[in-house]
Design a protein around this ligand. Structure first.
Ligand SMILES: Cc1cc2nc3c(=O)[nH]c(=O)nc-3n(C[C@H](O)[C@H](O)[C@H](O)COP(=O)(O)OP(=O)(O)OC[C@H]3O[C@@H](n4cnc5c(N)ncnc54)[C@H](O)[C@@H]3O)c2cc1C
Length: 402
């Protein structure tokens, strides 16, 4: 495995870093204190600049208007963009659109691609992914209540979802609904594209998450599907294959998330060092001279580097051996990196004292918004159990144990 960064990537990363510092970091105050809708026109202008620089949609293939980077390269881009909260949005690689684009590319019919995929890749519309339900455990998504029943040429969808991120202002949702209730659990649900202006698609509210409801792309909605009727032509992929497709969406998606979290750690470390070097601890010393603060910085640095190498290694394995072979690594990086980020952000908050609790720095935002990293895309516990089971199985097989 070779992590040397090619000249091409070096140039791309330099351009991105410069853009982030010059164009996006100055928007952080408005991001933290204002409404998403007020920021959107400015972000649209930045998106146009990114497109002109030919840095738009780094992950998506060139024939779809993207940069066509591989997973390791794209991971490095995620890391660079995550230094600031609007980075991935401005470069056209934000969740949940990035994942939806991937599955539309793979499973979309020509009609679906024309209507939903093309404008999504161009950044003209947004989308959302509607799977989790308030009344069923999201960590076991075979237990869905939402149903899609065939009626003539249509599906009629009824169900209650929440945490449909970015539904506010999205043009369509990819909804996971039970279409084949008698099938084995993993073959019961399908993905169906639902335009958000369909009667019966009812956005109840943007949920307050850690005290903030947010708006637009930066929000998480509760949605009622009430006799919501869409043509059967809106089925995405084969009927009953919702989980198979969801798994495909999640594998490489975890690299995107984890490298984004590493980017957040990097920025947090910068803030931590800045504060430690400028804040007095007593008349003669700054915080940076306190050994406990030094220990936090040293521990954070080691953990972030270890996580970064694990994630890059996993991306390299997915690229060279496929997501199936890298399954254990994909689980492992998910909980490990989320935990590292949480610890690093927590230490940074502590070093900042009262200031860390305010929105005068990015830390409180990272602290509340990124806590969810240990919950979405597979809760920590499920990933840990799966890694441990595999290790134990391998050990048992090697040592003739049952
Ligand atoms: C910020 C945010 C954004 C999200 N965005 C989306 C989105 O865009 N679309 C979407 O569909 N969903 C989204 N989700 C939902 C997310 O996928 C679910 O919250 C997640 O799958 C967990 O499901 P749950 O909340 O129902 O928790 P539950 O399944 O009720 O689990 C609760 C807790 O029980 C424990 N637990 C569960 N299973 C096990 C087990 N097997 N072993 C040991 N302990 C266990 C864990 O500690 C877990 O945290 C988002 C969530 C958040 C917080």
């Amino acid at each position: 495995m070779d992590f040397a960064i090619s000249e091409k990537m070096q140039t791309i990363l330099e351009l991105i870093n410069e853009f982030v510092d010059k164009e996006l970091v100055p928007l952080e105050h408005d991001f933290l204190h204002g409404e998403w809708a007020d920021l959107e026109p400015v972000l649209e202008e930045k998106r146009r600049m990114v497109k002109k620089m030919e840095l738009w949609a780094p992950l998506h293939p060139k024939e779809h208007g993207g940069m066509g980077l591989d997973l390791v390269e794209y991971g490095l881009v995620c890391e660079a963009l995550a230094r600031t909260p609007t980075g991935v949005y401005v470069f056209g690689c934000q969740a949940p659109d990035a994942g939806n684009i991937e599955i539309l590319m793979k499973y979309g019919t020509p009609e679906q691609k024309k209507r939903f995929l093309d404008p999504l890749v161009r950044g003209e519309i947004r989308s959302c992914f509607s799977m989790t339900e308030p009344d069923q455990p999201g960590s076991n998504p075979t237990m869905l209540d939402t149903v899609a029943v065939k009626d003539g040429d249509d599906y009629v969808i009824n169900g209650h979802k929440w945490y449909t991120s970015s539904a506010d202002g999205a043009r369509f949702a990819i909804v996971m609904a039970v279409t084949n209730p008698e099938a084995p659990p993993h073959l019961r649900a399908s993905m169906i594209i639902v335009p958000t202006d369909t009667p019966g698609f009812n956005l109840v509210r943007n949920i307050q998450v850690m005290g903030h409801a947010g708006s637009g792309w930066h929000s998480h909605a509760e949605i009622l599907y009430q006799s919501c009727r869409v043509p059967q032509a809106n089925l995405l992929g084969p009927e009953g294959h919702g989980f198979v497709i969801a798994q495909e969406r999640l594998g490489p998606g975890r690299i995107h998330h984890c490298m984004r979290w590493i980017g957040i750690c990097n920025r947090t470390m910068e803030l931590m060092c800045e504060r430690a070097l400028t804040r007095a601890a007593n008349p003669k010393q700054r915080l940076a001279e306190q050994q406990i603060v030094q220990a936090w910085i040293a521990e954070s640095a080691a953990e972030v580097r270890a996580a970064r190498l694990l994630v890059l290694n996993c991306a390299w394995r997915i690229e060279t051996q496929g997501a199936k072979e890298a399954r254990q690594d994909i689980s492992l990086i998910k909980y490990y990196t989320a935990g590292v980020m949480q610890r690093v952000v927590d230490r940074a908050l502590q070093i900042h004292g009262g200031l860390g609790m305010t929105d005068d720095t990015l830390i409180a935002f990272f602290y509340r918004a990124e806590r969810a990293a240990r919950i979405y895309d597979g809760v920590d516990e499920v990933h840990k159990v799966s890694v441990a089971k595999r290790i134990l199985k391998e050990y048992a097989a090697e040592h003739g144990l049952r």
